[in-house]
Every structure is written in C-alpha cells, then in structure tokens.
Design a protein around this ligand. Structure first.
Ligand code: SF4
Length: 423
C-alpha cells in the first residue's frame, strides 16, 4: 500500500479552535444555559457553543452541564449500555508511537499474532460467554494487510456454537487505501475505527516520529477513504493526555462536522481514552497534558451535549467509581471487560492477546495476571475497545449468555441501574 497524501490538507483549523477557546472565555451563565437547552432539544452544537461549555468553569455551571448531559443521556439512551468484547489479533507494529508499549522500538514487550486455530478458540470461548459483538484490534504491520483483516473477520463470523455466534465485528486497525477498505467491507464489518490520537499537528509529529503513522494527513483522511469505499459506519477518537483536552475535544467536533458535511453522516462513535502506563514507555507515567478526573468528566459531558446522537465509548481503563459516574451522563457503550475486569482495560486487551486467554483454569489466569503486572500494557490501540452507536443503544433483547468464570453473565447489552453492576 502506497501512502499518497497529494492534494490532501487538514480539515482541523487549529487557529480557529484556539480563537474560539479564547473568544468565549468567562461566558455568561445565561448563554451556557442556552447552549445546554439547544442540546436538550437534540441538536448538534457548533464549535463556538462547545467552546462556551468548555469555558464554563464555575463549579455551579459545570454542575448544570453535568445535569444537562445526564438528562440528555436519559432522553436518548435511557438506562442502556452496549457492550463489546475487545479481541487482540496481534501486536506486531512498524510504528513508533511514543506513548505505546507496542511501538516497534520497544524491545520489552512480547509480540504475538493469533493463528486461525487460536482465533477459533478465542471466539468459541467468547461466544460461550454470551458475547455477540467484538472489536478486533490489530497493530500496523505488513502482516495485517487488508486481506488478513478480511480473513480474520470471516473466520469470526464462521463460528457457530450452539445458538451463539458473533453478530457484529468492529475493527480497530491502521488506515487503509480505498481498495483495502473495500475488501474489508466485503467481510461484513460493523464500525471501522481510526483514532487520530492527537489532532494537534506539532504534537502529532513529535509523538509519531517514524512509520506510516507519522503521516498526519494519511491518518486524518483515513475515514474519508473508508467512506469512499462504502464503509459509512466509522469511529473517531483522541488519546487524552497528549495535548490540551480542550483542543482535542473541539477537534473531535470538527472531525464530526467534516464527516457530516462531506458524507452526510457523522461518526458512529467517539472514543476518548486517557493515557495509561505502558511497559518501557516512561512518558506514559507523566503524560504531557494529563487530564484530571474532573476535567475528564467535563469533556465527556460536553461531548455528550455536543453530539447527542453519537455513541460515546468508555473503556475499562477508568476506575469503577469514575465509570459509574460517567455512564450516567454520557457514555452509551463500554468495554465488555468492564463487567468483571479488576485491572485496566489494557490488561484485558493483553489477556485477549494471549493463547488460552479465555481458559478458566486458575494457573493460567494467575500466569496472565503476573504477565500483566510485568507488562502493564497500555497505548491507545491496546485500549481502544468498543464501539457502537446510538442505534445500537436502543433496547435490545437479552442474549442467551453463558456464565463466565465468575458465574456471571456477559450480555451484549444491558440495562443498568446506578450503581453500575461492576464487580
Ligand atoms: S498505537 Fe498502534 S500504531 Fe502506534 S505503536 Fe501502538 S499498536 Fe502501533
């Protein structure tokens, strides 16, 4: 695949974003309430309106934003959450993302690509636990070309176990060319996700010094090519902590508007994982723009209000307490690992990476836990689980679920009552 960015330019207007953030400082409370009301009327917000919410820093106003997001979430999604199981196909990678333990220059991490028989075993175990929706995650590597992605998706759909099967396979993989996207689409995928990581070009350059991912424009236009190939179900995302969350949140809205204007359909989902520690990756211990829990809640609530009908994805890298709170005012989908994951989602992603990862045997589970402690993988690709959409969050029947190791069920969709039943 040849990376060709001829004729491409960025549709993220950096200086305009900074100007909106500057111009809307100290907004009048009435103006903030007007913006919240516009959202409660189920209208997408404009960048200026999002900037007003971002600049509403008075704690009482922030509480009104939280309350508005809670109400909107209830009106559109009710008490329902869509669950997805992340499944790592492989962590080989030729990129050098500075925040990721899977980067090619990191010699401390184990590399693994599931063989087809291993994949079959994983699918069987997941189906037996009642999973219906997966997201397959791939590093960026010649081994994981479009044909390989296509073949692994087909392999997943082929599996039937009793009355169970995987009905939706979403993809988190590298940006492809149009031909590649067409091939992957022909396998019948759900959402294709590409996270820009950071929309701030200078930061992007620093974080991606080599490999195909070093091309900001190729990645930025990746989902345009997916749309041109007929994939109209796409997911965007930013890794929070690389640059100012206010800028990234605004940029996610600009990306949404770009897709709406160009293809008449916005992204199906938006993800906003925060940086987590990763093996051999010192910068993750002190992210350049660390996002506090309070600001993280603000950005989720603001995104909820800005794009009422777009699915918001939360991974189980966040603490149980925070997840319980955030689910109420914004999130519509969550990593299925959140239901019984005592560690971070990156850990569950790592478990999924390993053969026999779904084995219930205590020795293997112990071994995995020890490996996780040692490896403590992170990174956006490691963690970006999940997706789906507003439409997926509508009432769905309880699937036939098999008990998991703890004896609990792993439904594909659940209704929740606070507190969210996370063990
Ligand atoms: S974030 Fe993705 S592309 Fe970058 S090094 Fe990690 S696995 Fe590779």
């Amino acid at each position: 695949m040849k990376i060709d960015t001829t004729g491409l330019s960025s549709f993220i207007p950096e200086s305009e974003i900074f100007q909106w953030l500057e111009k809307t400082k100290n907004p009048e409370p009435e103006r903030v309430r007007e913006v919240i009301q516009k959202s409660l009327n189920k209208n997408r917000l404009d960048p200026e309106e999002m900037a007003i919410l971002i600049n509403a820093e008075d704690p009482a106003l922030v509480e009104e934003i939280f309350e508005g997001a809670r109400e909107l979430k209830q009106r559109i999604y009710g008490n329902r959450i869509v669950l997805f199981a992340p499944l790592y196909i492989g962590n080989e990678c030729i990129n050098n993302c500075q925040y990721c333990g899977f980067r090619c220059t990191n010699k401390e991490v184990s590399r693994k690509t599931l063989t087809m028989p291993e994949l079959d075993r994983e699918i069987e175990a997941l189906v037996k636990r009642g999973h219906k929706r997966l997201i397959l995650v791939y590093g960026e590597h010649p081994q994981y070309a479009a044909q390989f992605i296509h073949d692994t998706v087909m392999e997943v759909y082929k599996q039937k176990h009793g009355n169970g099967e995987i009905r939706r396979v979403n993809i988190n993989a590298a940006p492809l060319d149009i031909e590649g996207f067409k091939l992957v689409k022909s396998a019948g995928i759900g959402t294709y996700q590409i996270f820009q990581e950071t929309y701030h070009q200078e930061t992007y350059k620093q974080m991606h010094p080599s490999g195909p991912k070093s091309s900001f424009l190729w990645r930025l236009h990746g989902l345009d090519r997916a749309q041109q190939a007929g994939i109209d179900d796409v997911g965007i995302g930013a890794l929070m902590g690389l640059f100012d969350w206010r800028f990234e949140t605004m940029a996610l809205l600009y990306h949404t508007i770009h897709l709406e204007e160009k293809f008449n359909v916005g992204p199906h989902t938006i993800s906003f994982p925060r940086i987590e520690p990763a093996i051999g990756t010192a910068m993750c211990d002190r992210p350049p723009h660390e996002v506090s829990d309070y600001d993280f809640k603000r950005l989720v609530a603001i995104l909820r209000l800005a794009v009422p009908y777009t699915g918001l994805i939360l991974t189980c890298r966040e603490s149980v307490e925070l997840r319980n709170e955030i689910i109420q005012f914004g999130v519509s989908q969550i990593d299925a690992g959140s239901l019984n994951c005592a560690t971070k989602s990156s850990s569950s992603a790592f478990r999924r990476l390993m053969p026999d990862q779904t084995s219930e045997s205590a020795p293997i589970r112990r071994k995995m836990r020890n490996r996780i402690r040692r490896a403590s993988l992170s990174s956006t690709m490691a963690v970006r689980s999940i997706r789906s959409s507003a439409s997926c969050a509508k009432p769905t029947s309880f699937p036939a679920s098999a008990p998991d190791a703890t004896g609990s069920a792993a439904p594909a969709s659940i209704s929740w009552n606070s507190p969210f039943p996370v063990s």
